[in-house]
Design a protein around this ligand. Structure first.
Ligand code: GLY
Length: 370
């Protein structure tokens, strides 16, 4: 390890690894410190849907343009990362069917269906697309562009590609604190102290201690998500089925994800029988034949959540060269490329859309209240 880097990124989940990648791609000397192993916390538990449309929940003025730019970036990234790292991110087409079982469900899809990239498919068409689907279905919003990737592979691909481009990545290197040192900073880690001109905090829901250390009062809270993984030899589904924030995602590795619970303020990584029961019940409503599927494993992860559900991305108000990128809630995998690019552009003083700076700044709560 050198004793000085241009940028130190703290956190080796999908967000930190994407940031390290975009910085290294711009020939910036970057080191990333991860307390455990790359992509083995919240990233590991993600389903990997690039749900720019399906996760917008009517927010087509702010969330959607940012998320859509990130989603589209993956079209290019899947090849670029493979060429650099040799890691296949498991990009799977097929898209999402956001289903309606009641007139109210259908009404809730109204705004989504106004997007030119989304189309309504009626009962008959849904049954043609996915014959096993419950007969109660009225129809659904079909979103071909909401593809999926394998989160751990994507994180690994970002990390390895960043290394190929010159980034240094240190695992099992917890960061204890940040101190000012003249015009630079000292990052205190389990691997020793290192100096940096710029720092990026990307430790997801585990960012609170560092934020406090930096004098920031905002806190991240967890929304635990538990999922069931199913292994299959023959394909069981062509499309991701999505209803009422629950989903079944067919992946490119003979696995399906049935997810996910939403448990507020639970910091544990345990999985309860009650949660498993609720996931199975939901899966059977979507697809009755799922009752015969064989369970492979369970996953659990803590979605990092901010006070208003939007991430914190940007520089700290009092420390122009310390950046924060955390709080991506349900959409870390989807938003990783746009976040990586935004942090890179802020560090390089390149143009970033003012509405994104304003929407994601960490001190926005005060701005809103004035
Ligand atoms: N991105 C889906 C979830 O967080 O459950």
């Amino acid at each position: 390890m050198k004793n000085k880097y241009e940028v130190v990124v703290i956190g080796g989940g999908i967000i930190g690894c994407s940031i390290a990648y975009y910085l290294a791609k711009s020939q910036i000397e970057v080191a990333l410190f991860e307390g455990g192993q790359i992509g083995m916390k919240t990233t590991k538990a993600a389903a990997g849907m690039l749900g720019a449309h399906s996760e917008s929940d009517g927010d087509f003025s702010l969330f959607f343009p940012f998320a859509r730019s990130s989603q589209l970036e993956y079209n290019r990234l899947k090849d670029e990362l493979y060429e650099l790292s040799g890691v296949d991110i498991g990009y799977r087409t097929g898209g999402i069917l956001k289903l309606a079982y009641t007139e109210e469900d259908k009404l809730n899809l109204d705004l989504l269906l106004k997007q030119p990239t989304v189309k309504w498919v009626n009962h008959e068409k849904v049954k043609l697309m996915e014959p096993g689907i419950s007969n109660d279905v009225l129809g659904g919003a079909y979103i071909a562009d909401d593809v999926n990737v394998i989160p751990t592979k994507t994180c690994e691909a970002f990390a390895k590609s960043a290394q190929v481009l010159g980034a240094s990545i240190f695992e099992n290197s917890n960061v204890y604190g940040i101190e000012k040192n003249g015009s630079n900073y000292i990052v205190k880690s389990a691997k020793g102290n290192v100096e940096a001109k710029y720092i990026v905090v990307a430790t997801g829901v585990y960012s609170n201690n560092l934020l406090q250390n930096l004098g920031i009062t905002e806190k991240l809270s967890p929304v635990k998500g538990e999922s069931i993984i199913v292994h299959h030899e023959k394909p069981l589904l062509q499309h991701t089925l999505f209803h009422d924030k629950s989903y079944i995602v067919p992946r490119n590795n003979r696995k399906l994800v049935i997810g996910a619970t939403m448990i507020q303020d639970d910091w544990s990584d345990s999985i309860s029988l009650q949660s498993v029961e609720s996931l199975i019940k939901k899966a059977k409503v979507l697809l009755p034949s799922s009752a015969n599927w064989k369970i492979d494993s369970f996953t659990t992860g803590l979605r990092p959540t901010t006070f208003d559900g939007h991430p914190f991305i940007g520089r700290l108000p009092e420390e122009e060269r310390i950046f924060i990128a955390c709080g991506h809630f349900r959409n870390g995998i989807l938003l990783a490329p746009a976040t990586g690019k935004m942090i890179r552009d802020l560090i390089l003083n390149k143009e970033v859309k003012q509405e994104w700076i304003d929407a994601f700044r960490i001190d926005r709560r005060q701005t809103v209240m004035v």
